[in-house]
Design a protein around this ligand. Structure first.
Ligand code: GSH
Length: 215
């Protein structure tokens, strides 16, 4: 099984962490990526599989699929244990919603803090994005009240949010120190081998490019 990703791919990191949690054997191919040019030139293999030319892409024998959530659903079917969606259907729906919110509501605000983005934004847009990031942190802190993980047991929603919040942190938008549940959750996530391997490697990549980062 091959996962095509990039050294700073938030979405690729989700898939890699899930594969490690499940004990799946996989190999990684990094597509061309530089901080200055980002994902240019596009990978020919990725462009062939995914018309939007984005990573992650997964190739497993004859199967070629894309999108971190779709790829994860395949991994969950392929290797059902440990399950990374809750068993109870309501909780499972909540977990799926939290994963979607992390990717589609929270992360786009984080992307607004990337260098170079600010000059492309309208007046006030950056400030609104920063406010939204911190509102989301407060919301997740409340979700974690009395809970070890976002949807009870550790699941893919935790993986998604860990990956996204790592970007907010190195882009100098860490959560406020009084969000204790969030910090307890992050420390607990940092104990996991999947997090240490995938996100630790991403932190090393950033450090090697003179950007302060740690898990
Ligand atoms: N919904 C997709 C988003 C994938 C995505 O945005 N990938 C980024 C890297 S993290 C990418 O390939 N960007 C390059 C581009 O859009 O040209 C997923 O969940 O996999």
């Amino acid at each position: 099984m091959t996962i095509f990703s990039g050294p700073l791919s938030m979405f690729g990191a989700k898939v890699e962490m899930a594969a490690i949690e499940k004990g799946i054997v996989w190999e990684r191919v990094f597509v061309p990526f530089e901080l200055a040019t980002l994902y240019e030139p596009k990978s020919i293999e990725v462009a062939r599989v995914y018309p939007k030319k984005q990573v992650p892409v997964l190739i497993h024998e004859d199967l070629e699929i894309f999108d971190s959530t779709q790829i994860f659903e395949y991994l969950e079917d392929l290797q059902p244990t440990p399950a990374l969606w809750p068993q109870a259907i309501e909780l499972r729906a909540v977990a799926r919603m939290l994963e979607l919110k992390s990717d589609e509501v929270f992360f786009p605000k984080v992307v607004c803090c990337m260098p170079g983005r600010r000059s492309q934004m309208k007046d006030g847009e950056h400030g609104q994005a920063v406010a939204a990031i911190h509102e989301y942190f407060a919301e997740m802190n409340a979700v974690l009240e009395g809970r070890e993980f976002l949807a009870g047991n550790f699941c893919y929603a935790d993986i998604a949010f860990y990956s996204a919040q790592f970007f907010a942190r190195f882009l100098r938008q860490p959560p406020s120190a009084d969000l204790k549940n969030l910090e307890r959750w992050r420390q607990s996530m940092n104990q996991r081998e999947s997090v240490r391997r995938v996100m630790g490697e991403m932190a090393s990549y950033l450090t090697a490019h003179d950007i302060e980062a740690e898990i």
